[in-house]
Design a protein around this ligand. Structure first.
Ligand code: PCA
Length: 204
């Protein structure tokens, strides 16, 4: 049975929860006839990308979807591109704060996601979940994970497809955040991710 690897992050930035892990850990055991494996990733420039790559080596998935929290976003947002750049606004969970530097010297400036992001966003919307393609995954750990995974898969000539989806804060988080901070119930995000994965698995 082919496998799908979905990752979510531990909490960061003073939060108690991270909706990306709440969603990843609540996914069904199989989607589109593929076994789903989920992995919790540290919010760490040093260890986050390595944790995803370790899970890829162990599980050999045909589809890799990394999830992360994007505070302030109101929609579920498949990311179009990972860039070879880090500029951390806050320290990561190891206290590291790379600023204005490349992630990997000698690697390309950017990689496009190898998941069908436009079709996935469309599938989410059709399932009733607010979603749109994002053209920036930021310059923090999530972008570092997306870039590093795409770089490693390209370098190893892997046929696995990989990408990243940012999700809004949960309502539980938004209660403690400034007035007007958007949020989305975990169950709705979950529906969006399932629809996105079904779409990705039916692609090519
Ligand atoms: N969001 C952060 C890192 C971990 C997470 O869930 C980001 O967008 O980079």
């Amino acid at each position: 049975m082919e496998k799908i690897l979905v990752t979510g992050f531990e909490p960061f930035g003073g939060e108690q929860t991270n909706p990306s892990w709440e969603v990843a850990s609540a996914l069904p055991k199989a989607i589109a006839g593929r076994k789903l494996v989920c992995e919790r990733i540290p919010v760490s420039f040093r260890h986050g990308p390595a944790a995803v790559l370790g899970a890829i080596q162990r599980e050999n998935p045909s589809v890799v979807l990394c999830l992360g929290q994007a505070g302030g976003r109101a929609k579920v947002t498949p990311e179009f591109v990972g860039i070879n750049y880090a500029d951390a606004r806050i320290p990561d969970n190891d206290g590291e704060q790379p600023q204005g530097m490349r992630l990997s010297t000698g690697a390309p400036d950017a990689y496009f996601s190898t998941l069908p992001v436009r079709a996935m966003a469309q599938a989410m919307v059709e399932a009733g979940v607010p979603a749109s393609v994002s053209y920036s995954a930021g310059t923090y750990v999530c972008n570092a994970v997306l870039f590093s995974v795409l770089h490693a898969l390209a370098a190893s000539k892997s046929t696995a497809r990989a990408g990243f989806v940012h999700v809004p804060n949960s309502p539980e988080q938004a209660c403690r955040l400034p007035k007007g901070t958007p949020s989305m119930p975990i169950a709705l995000v979950l529906q969006g991710i399932v629809s996105g994965l079904e779409c990705a698995c039916s692609w090519g």
